[in-house]
Design a binder for this molecule. Structure first.
Ligand SMILES: *Cc1c(COP(=O)(O)O)cnc(C)c1O
Length: 408
């Protein structure tokens, strides 16, 4: 076997380049084969790595020689996942974390210091709000929350100490959008970073770094896995900021397990395909729900009467798999609707091949006071629905059971 065909069979390293489409990158980017020539990515289930000599060990530990030492620092399976998601988001480097929340915590602790200020959308994941208000505040980092749709509010919240802007678009569960490039401009005018939680759309449908954001964050737990198996997170951005985050993770220890990284790698292979299918079904369900008696309002950026539909068309290539709707009634009616379904799962997770149904006011947003919920638009009749990959007809038939229970 010639050297080149050996190389081809055994250790092809896929060279990531801008020339490849996202569908190709999701399947190929980041893989580096071992001498065994495995076709699917290998799992390096090892806590440490061995050295050929004491001298080599010293060189690795001293940073004079590149290479693996310990899986809290680097692990080839985790690195393959990092390279693939970095290629998909169009970032220079990614750092994987134990969970989505660990990604946000380490972002805050690595880039900010006592006295710094954050401007954050008020429509972000509930634990994100708690992280900023209860925990990062203890490190002397203060946060101001703003209406995500109001650009003037983002600008007005800036103080001389503002270093980070944080947003999630579309928001959960009301599908409020924030103009990524406009907020990036405001952040940069004040010498601050913009970080975007891109969980709901994933790089398959929205690439914030290409619109001016500095950092993208994911809960890999959601669509990157896509089948509800593992908890994980990741940050993507420029080398400079990611090196800071990497240093903290390596020392602080909230790293991703190699097994989870392998599951996420497998998930990424089908990500664009799944996101297109989720979006197609969600648009059909949202349009259908809008026409049903007993439904007061449907929240989905793909609907032409969504107040920010034009912005959705500008910054997203589709509208994603999560929608929300309000039934005519209060908690009792919403619960009756949910309990009448038979197939869809009553669970807090989303971004799964299985459709999931949730009552935000008493679960994901249950820790907010009634006034806070009211201000955020989370009413008692509101239901969040993450559209899975079951047949659209079967999903509609199941939701019809809920509708029938409303009028019963
Ligand atoms: C789930 C979620 C998170 C938190 O991620 P974990 O993996 O559960 O820690 C953050 N942001 C959004 C939008 C989420 O849906």
């Amino acid at each position: 076997m010639s050297q080149s065909s050996y190389e081809r069979a055994h250790r092809i390293q896929f060279e990531t380049s801008d020339a490849y489409d996202i569908d190709t990158l999701s399947v190929r980017a980041g893989q580096s084969r071992t001498a065994e020539g495995e076709h699917s990515d290998a799992i390096f289930a090892t806590s440490s790595f061995v050295f050929s000599s004491a001298r080599e060990a010293a060189a690795r530990f001293g940073g004079d020689e590149e290479g693996n030492i310990y899986s809290r620092f680097t692990n080839p399976t985790v690195q393959a996942f990092e390279e693939r998601i970095a290629a998909l988001e169009g970032g220079e480097r990614a750092v994987a974390t134990a969970s989505g929340m660990a990604a946000i915590l380490n972002l805050g602790l690595a880039l900010l210091k006592q006295g710094d200020h954050v401007v954050c959308s008020r429509s972000v994941f509930g634990s994100t709000v708690s992280l900023f208000t209860k925990y990062l505040s203890r490190a002397g980092i203060q946060t101001t929350f703003v209406d995500p749709t109001d650009l003037a509010a983002w600008e007005a919240a800036v103080t001389p100490s503002t270093r980070l802007f944080f947003m999630e678009t579309p928001s959960n569960p009301l599908a409020e959008l924030t103009d990524i490039s406009a907020v990036a401009d405001i952040a940069h005018a004040h010498d601050a970073w913009l970080a975007v939680d891109n969980c709901f759309l994933t790089p398959a449908l929205q690439r914030p770094l290409l619109m001016g954001a500095d950092i993208v964050m994911h809960s890999a737990t959601k669509y990157l896995d896509g089948q509800g198996r593992c908890i994980g997170g990741v940050l993507v951005g420029r080398d400079k900021e990611m090196e800071e985050v990497f240093g903290l993770i390596r020392t602080g220890g909230s790293c991703m397990s190699p097994f989870n990284a392998w599951v996420f790698l497998k998930g990424l292979e089908t990500l664009p395909l799944r996101m297109r299918a989720h979006s197609e079904s969600a648009l059909q369900i949202a349009t259908w729900l809008q026409q049903q008696p007993g439904i007061r309002k449907v929240y989905y950026s793909g609907l032409t009467d969504h107040p920010q539909h034009a912005l959705a068309c500008k910054q997203q290539s589709a509208f994603g798999g999560v929608l929300a709707f309000e039934v005519d009634g209060e908690r009792e009616e919403a619960w009756r609707f949910i309990d009448a379904t038979q197939m869809v799962s009553i669970t807090g997770n989303l971004g799964d091949v299985k459709s999931t149904i949730t009552h935000p006011a008493t679960t994901t947003h249950g820790r907010m006071s009634a006034e806070e919920r009211d201000a955020a638009g989370i009413r008692e009749g509101l239901i969040r629905f993450s559209v899975g990959l079951e047949s659209v007809d079967d999903i509609k038939a199941d939701l019809q059971r809920g509708l029938d229970a409303l009028s019963a």
